[in-house]
Structures are given as C-alpha cells and as structure tokens.
Ligand binder design. Structure first.
Ligand SMILES: Cc1ncc(COP(=O)(O)O)c(C=O)c1O
Length: 423
C-alpha cells in the first residue's frame, strides 16, 4: 500500500493527508489530457536566469504594466470594509446594471440584466460556454493560432477543439467559407473567435464576423465571440460589439465573452462576464454560478466602479499600446528574415523568426543568452496551434512593458537571432 501526503506537516494539514493509503490514487484521463500552459512553461528557466542575476524583459505574457484607473482602486485606501459577503450568484447587481448601460452604449440597446452573468474572469465564461452548450465529445471550432487556454477549458469539458489554420501572410484573417465549412461535422456545436485576437492581434472586420455568424446560423451553431480586447483596435472604427450583428429574429446564437482584466488592467481581480440574448442559456448558466456561489465581492466592487472611469483613460491606454506596437514593428523590420504584419488590435504580434525551432530558441534566450546581463522572454507560438508542426518558427510578442524596455528588448532580440544562427 502506498502512502500519500498531499500536504506536508509544516502545512498544518498533515492529519488529513498523511495516511491516505486505502486506495491507489489515480488521476483522471481528463486532467492528464489537459496541456500545460505554453505561455508559462518557460517559467522555471526564467527563474534560474534571474537567480544568475540576469534581467528579463517579459514579453511572454498578456499581463499589462498599465496602471489600473485610479477611480477603481484609490477608494480602497479610504474605505472601511467590515464584511465581505457572497454576492448574488448572477453577480453584484450594481455591476450588472453598469454592464447593461455599457452594452447600450456599444449599440446593443435591447440588452437587459437577464442577458448578463458575472464570471470569474473571461476564463470562466469560456468554460461555461462549453459546459452549457456541448455534450461530451462535441466539437468547437477555433482559428489557430488561438488563445491557448481555450484548449484547457475544452479538455475540462471533454470537448474537442477543431482547428482552422489562419496564415501569417494575410495577417491571420479568416479563410474562405469553403475552408471553414469543410471543418464542420455533425458534432460541431460552436465556433470560438477572439476579436481582436490573442495571440495574433488580428482584428476581424465586421464583414468577416458577419460572414462567420451567417455560417453559424446556417449550420445551427453557436458563435462565441471573445471581446476581452475590444478597446484595443488601432483602426478608425466605432467601439462596438458583435452582438450588433445579431438580428432580433436570430436571438440567442451568439455569446459574448467579456472581461475587466485587459480593459482596465485588472487581471488580478478575476471578474469577467457573459452576455447573450439567449436568456434561457443565461438562466441555465446561473446554475453553475449558484454551484460556485459567487465571484469575489471586493473584486466585483472594484469592477463596479467602471462608470466612474473617464473615457480619457482608455483613449490614453490605446495610444500607449499603439506606440508600443510601432516600437515592435520597427524592431522586427531590423531582423532579416522575420515575417510579420502589423496587427490591428490587442497587444500581441505573432512573428516568424529565422530560428528553425522557436521553442528551443525561446528556451535558449533564458538559459544561454544574455546581452550585458539582460535577455528577453517570448512565448513560442507552436503552443497556440493544435495542428502538429504548425507555428514551429513563430513566437508571440506581448507589448506589455514600457517603450524604453521594448526598444532594448528588440535590439536584444536582433542580436540573439544573429548569435543563434552563428552558433
Ligand atoms: C482572448 C482571451 N480571452 C479570455 C482571457 C481570459 O482573461 P480573464 O480570465 O483574465 O478575464 C484572456 C486572457 O489572456 C484572453 O487573452
């Protein structure tokens, strides 16, 4: 018989865990199938680089350094909180009302409180989409390279993701209907689209999204549009939502995933939401909400200050990202053999680098390369693809640090590519 000790004595939970010996602890196939985050897998190498005294420019993760609006956090210093309670499972009522108002401003004027549910980040919203509309073994279409955690959510729900490959040469825009249709099977339940896209920064135009939605309607599929980067589009377009493409007669085939993480640089509060005209869906999803009780009360109170953030905040943030995007663009132009287009949104680039194997290159940047005790950390892009062998030479660059740092990082990247190819 084996002995398992999940926690050690020093954790203070030893009474519970030290003698779990009655059964052989097996892990589920589900958890075994769930992939490690490709964005975080280089963290041990980064930690050991830091331990060697090397400064790392982190362009690998979508956590912006932008300041959270003052209106959302400064009141915390003054407030005298005595009790933090469960909120309604659907979410803090005031926050839901603010979200409804916000969606009216986006043009979806018929949205009411019954169309919204607060989730623990956009992450939970995506999970709940899968849990609520798919049976075990059903398929959801994604456009690769795609937001890699979606694969984890699919695995948790026993859903199979079916990739449609987009190409770097046309800025990863959607392929023809014929290509998309060829991937629809009897098991397909939904299409997931992140717009603007993580990891590519592609902004799919209204005509692309409408085309996809028509295709979904014809094939009786849901369209899940993840708009967590909605505010960061660098073309002259009116702030909007894909919900505006849904006619009232088509009620309920579209689900919007939304979040506070990127919009207000609030990754740490874990508040997102789901919006759909399909009230039956929202009512049923509420059962998941009830089962996990509520999203953090304080987190929702912070998000609920959204009405008080002046529009100027997002204008400035967008300008900052636009300038950062330009710094990366100029830096990449100096790397012979790099293939890229200037993305229209979010804060990412997927770029092909002349390095053969980007996975190894990204690791080498942390283990074996430095320039004046500094290096750069990138996310290898193969982890954003499901099709084997795709994205082998590609990396994702997140412009989430200041321009001065980005400039240095891009100089370093050029030197690194040269050195890698010399060695
Ligand atoms: C496209 C996309 N959707 C959803 C999320 C999840 O964000 P959160 O759970 O922080 O709201 C992310 C995070 O990076 C993302 O890039």
């Amino acid at each position: 018989m084996r002995r398992y000790g999940v926690y050690t004595k020093s954790d203070g939970f030893s009474f519970f865990c030290q003698n779990v010996s009655m059964f052989d602890m097996k892990l589920s196939q589900r958890i075994k199938n769930t992939p490690e985050s490709p964005i975080r897998k280089l963290e041990p190498a980064a930690r050991s680089a830091k331990a060697r005294g090397i400064k790392i420019y982190h362009l690998n993760i979508g956590q912006p350094d932008i300041k959270t609006p003052n209106q959302m956090v400064s009141w915390l210093k003054k407030t005298n909180i005595h009790h933090l309670a469960y909120t309604e499972s659907q979410g803090n009522r005031q926050l839901i009302k603010s979200i409804v108002k916000y969606y009216h401003q986006l043009g979806a004027k018929d949205i009411t409180e019954d169309n919204v549910i607060i989730t623990a980040g956009g992450s939970e919203a995506i999970q709940w989409c899968f849990f609520s509309i798919c049976e075990i073994g059903d398929e959801v279409m994604v456009f690769e390279p795609f937001y890699t955690n979606v694969e984890g959510y699919a695995r948790m729900a026993d859903v199979k993701l079916v990739p449609v490959t987009c190409k770097i040469e046309n800025g990863f825009h959607l392929p023809s209907n014929q290509v998309i249709k060829s991937k629809i099977t009897k098991k397909t339940k939904a299409v997931y689209l992140s717009n603007p896209n993580n990891p590519t920064g592609t902004y799919y135009s209204p005509s692309e999204v409408k085309r996809l939605y028509q295709l979904c309607l014809k094939n009786n599929l849901y369209l899940i549009v993840d708009e967590v980067y909605r505010d960061f589009i660098y073309q002259k377009v009116k702030l909007s939502t894909a919900l505006n493409f849904e006619k009232k007669s088509q009620k309920g085939r579209m689900i919007i995933v939304d979040s506070f993480s990127k919009r207000y640089s609030l990754c740490g509060i874990r508040v997102g939401f789901m919006v759909s005209r399909n009230k039956e869906l929202i009512q049923n999803v509420l059962k998941f909400g009830q089962a996990r009780l509520a999203v953090g009360d304080l987190d929702q109170q912070i998000a609920g200050r959204m009405d008080q953030v002046p529009p100027d905040y997002l204008k400035k943030v967008k300008k900052e990202y636009q300038e950062r995007r330009e710094v990366i663009y100029q830096g990449l132009k100096k790397i012979p053999g790099a293939v890229f287009t200037k993305p229209e949104g979010a804060f990412y680039y997927v770029t092909k680098l002349p390095v053969g194997d980007a996975d190894k290159f990204c690791e080498w940047l942390l283990t074996s390369f430095h320039h004046n005790q500094e290096t750069v950390m990138l996310a290898p892009a193969n982890g954003f693809y499901l099709s084997k062998g795709k994205g082998k030479e590609e990396v994702r660059i997140a412009y989430v640090i200041k321009k001065s740092g980005l400039r240095k990082a891009m100089v370093m990247l050029k030197l690194a590519v040269e050195k890698w190819n010399r060695e």
